[in-house]
Each structure stands twice: as C-alpha cells, then as structure tokens.
Write a protein that binds this ligand. Structure first.
Ligand code: F0G
Length: 462
C-alpha cells in the first residue's frame, strides 16, 4: 500500500476535559461592548465565544503538567520544584542563574530597574509594550531597530523579526556606550507580527554586543516557535531538533527574560536567567523586594512544576508542526479572501492589516480598534489592537500614529480545534465584506501608562 498522506491538520492530543463556551446574539454583544466602554479588555470573558485576546497564559496544560503539579513542593526556600525549574532552564538555555518571577514583565522590571537609568538607550528589534513600558519607567529610551522588511506588512521575508545589523552598528559607534546597559532581541518579534529572528541574526547581534562590550539578552517568550521557524526556513538547521536549535540560540546570549505564559505552556510564571554573577546577585536582591524569595520568585511550587515540564512540551516537534501549520492555515484562508495580513504568517498569531482594510478611518481614529470591536460584534471573537491606541501616546503626552495598525488574532496553545479556526475565519471574512460600515473611535478617558488596557472609547458619529 502507498503510505497514507493528508493535508488535514489534526490536533496532536486528545481532549479529556472540556470547558463549555457560550453563544450570545449580535444584539447582546452590541450592548455588552457598549457597557465595556468599547474596550474589549473590559468585556467579561464569559461573554466571549472565541478568545484570541492573547496567547499568554491561556493555553491548555497537559496531563503530564497536572501530574507534576500535584507532586509539587511548596517549601518557602529551596523547594524541589525550584530545582526542577532551574535544571530545565539550564538544560535548555545554558544560562547559570535562574530567578523565577510571576510573569515576564516582573523579570523585565527586575532587570531594567537594576541596570537602566535615566538617559540610557536600550536597542531591540522591537520592544513589546510591557518591555517598552519598563524601560521608559526607568527613564530610559526603548529603541526599535527591526529590519525595514519587518515594518512592511506585505513584504515576504523569512525572518522579518531580524535586527537591522548596520543600524545597530551605527548606533553603537555613535552613542556613548555608558548609556547602553543591554541589547535586547525579542524572539519571536511580537509587535512586528510574531515574526522570527534567524540564527545568523542572533549570532550577528551577539558578535556586535561582544565587540562593544555590552550584555546581550533575549526576550525569549516564544523561543520554541522561533526555533521551529529556524528549522523550517534557515539553511543548515533542517535536520536539527527544536531543542538543539533553542540551545544554540541561547548560547549566544548573556541572559534572557521569559514569560512562561507563552512557550512555557503555563498559565502563569516567568523567569530571568543570566550568567553574570554580580548582576545576578543584584537582581536577586530586587526579586526579594518585589517578588519573593529567589527560589520561588512570584510562583507557587506547582507553577514551577508546570513550567519545568511545559518548556519541553513547547519544543516537541509534533506539537510545533501542528501549532505553526494551524496558524498558517488561518492566515492563508484570510489571504485567499482578499484580506491583507502580515506576510508571511507568524507563529502565535495572525495580524490583520487594518490600515489596508479600512483606509476610510484615519490612524488617530484607530482603525484597528474599530476592526477588533467589529469582530466581537459579528462573531463573539475577542482580538487585540496593536496600533495607535496601544502605541500612539508619547511620553510627552502627545499622540503619534503607530507605524502599523494591526489586529492580532492570537491563538492560545492547544485550546481551540480546527473547526473553531474555520468558524473564526468565516466571521473575519464576513466583517471584511461589510468593512465600509465600520467607523472610527475616540478615546474618552485613559491612563498615561499602557492605556489600551483600561481606556474608555466611543464610536465617532458619521
Ligand atoms: N515580551 C513579549 C514579547 C511579550 O509578548 C510579552 C507578553 C511580555 C514580554 C510580557 O510577559 O505578560 O508574562 O508579563 N505578551 C502578552 C501578549 C501579554 O498578549 O502578547 P508577561
């Protein structure tokens, strides 16, 4: 017999515990959105049918993770579960000091409040919103130096998350280096479309960091997905396993911040890992101040168990193949319908180009926000704006349009089936066909920091 082959994507797991989701009518959703001040962050999750707000902490854990959690050690100091986490992180990253934190931004807070001071500049391919906020909160400047292709939604490039190496070199040659405490690289590049960074680029950034004597840290939230893209797109890596690729990526770095809510396959947790003994000691002091004793940071013993197991599950080949294929399938379906998305499709999410879809809504009337709200009203789908509401407010209080107006459909790990994916593709295509009816928004109240989480908005009148 010929070997059986199919292009049908199947989930590489069976489902043994289910969580009901609730349908609402379009009329109900219109009222619910109004009551939430037209901000999807303020909706109750129970009023959402398919929740693509984030892939962070929203994944389903495996039976293996739950089993490890039951056997956790909740000792305040030196818990067995901490040593499991430390062993897993050291095994995958090769980094010496492992400081657990309750999530990624806590690791960022500890790192930046320890090393950054007013007037400093911290380059990255693109800082995510929390990273940027922590850099700025310490009076430093967050500088994005992604390659040009990474800012062009339609340009096809295998590694659109890459750092612009000539721009980084120029920056290092023309800047007082005492003002550059660290160079960061976000893998995959979330703000830029979930786009991967190549091994060559990681190596090049690392070489520049060494040449100029500056520490190099990875923002490693989606390191496993980045490893998979290197495997399928970069010459010389096709026969390597994801874990081998991950180990090589980390070998070029002096440290990393990690949100284990992504490729740690956990609902909460994170860590800061680094090699420098002196810096680690300073970071541990800050951990005690803000998170907890350094062998639990902000995590329960069972959280550390979940992460220790989850880091390996995220690197499983069968899982990664399914994960990336499923995201690509959604992106391809939308593309075939004529919707512009960031190309090629990234790892954890599909990013719709709202500026392209809604040219009649100007950037400071927030086209991507308008699209996200329409997706909720039409299909009960919650997504997130990555555009001028998220990034438009400047430190001096002025408004500037973001470089892109995107709606991110972030796919929680191991949660939705392919039929959910088909349903949501149809809902997005429905909104696309009715796009001319969408209107812009104005902000009626907001906070100065990370305003998108809490802002109140109103639709503009025709
Ligand atoms: N870095 C990146 C690249 C992220 O995507 C996130 C979180 C963080 C750091 C912070 O981690 O949430 O554990 O504190 N991103 C989530 C998202 C919130 O929806 O993309 P955290």
């Amino acid at each position: 017999m010929e070997p059986f082959h199919t292009d049908v994507i199947i989930e590489p797991f069976r489902i043994r515990s289910v969580e009901p989701i609730r349908s609402t009518t379009q009329a109900e959703r219109e009222k619910l959105l109004q009551a939430a001040h037209y901000n999807p962050f303020l909706l109750k999750a129970d009023d959402v049918l398919i929740d693509l707000l984030t892939d962070s902490g929203t994944g389903a854990m495996s039976s293996g993770q739950w089993a490890a959690m039951i056997a956790s050690d909740e000792s305040y100091a030196g818990s067995k579960s901490y040593y499991k986490l430390e062993t897993a992180v050291r095994d995958i990253t090769g980094l010496t000091h492992v400081i657990p934190t309750h999530q990624g931004r806590a690791a960022e807070n500890i790192l930046f409040s320890t090393i950054a001071k007013p007037g400093d500049i911290i380059p990255s391919n693109s800082h995510f919103d929390t990273t940027r906020a922590h850099v700025e909160n310490n009076g430093a400047e967050a500088l994005d130096l992604v390659i040009r292709e990474g800012r062009e939604p339609q340009t096809i490039h295998p590694f659109k998350g890459n750092m612009d190496i000539p721009a980084l070199r120029n920056f290092l040659e023309t800047t007082d280096l005492s003002r550059v405490p660290v160079i960061m690289l976000t893998i995959t590049n979330n703000s830029g479309g979930g786009q991967p960074v190549s091994m060559k680029n990681i190596r090049d950034v690392s070489a520049l960091a060494r040449e100029f004597g500056i520490p190099f840290f990875l923002d490693a939230c989606r390191f496993a997905e980045n490893s998979w893209f290197i495997k399928i797109r970069e010459e010389g890596y096709e026969d390597k396993s994801p874990i081998e690729i991950a180990r090589e990526m980390f070998s070029y770095a002096d440290g990393c911040t990690m949100s284990a809510k992504k490729d740690g396959m956990s609902n909460i947790g994170g860590f800061l890992a680094l090699n420098d003994d002196t810096l680690a000691a300073r970071c541990r002091s800050m951990t005690i101040l803000t998170e907890g004793f350094p062998t639990y940071g902000g995590m329960a013993g069972y959280d550390m168990e979940a992460v220790a197991a989850g880091l390996y599950e995220a690197l499983d080949e069968g899982y990664l193949r399914y994960r990336i294929r499923s995201t690509t399938y959604l992106g391809d379906k939308l593309t075939r319908a004529g919707i512009s998305i960031i190309q090629p499709v990234g790892g954890h999410a599909v990013y719709i180009d709202a500026r392209d879809m809604l040219p009649h809504i100007e950037p400071l009337h927030y086209p991507a926000w308008s699209l996200a709200n329409a997706l909720y009203v039409a299909g009960g789908i919650r997504s997130v704006e990555i555009g001028s509401v998220m990034f438009g407010l400047q430190p001096d209080g002025s408004e500037k349009p973001a470089s892109m107006e995107l709606v991110r459909l972030a796919i929680p790990r191991r949660v939705y089936t392919q039929s959910h994916v088909d349903f949501l593709a149809e809902a997005v295509i429905h909104v696309f066909h009715h796009r001319h009816a969408l209107r812009g928004y104005k902000i009626t109240s907001q906070d100065r920091v990370l305003r998108h989480f809490t802002a109140h908005l109103e639709p503009l009148c025709e």
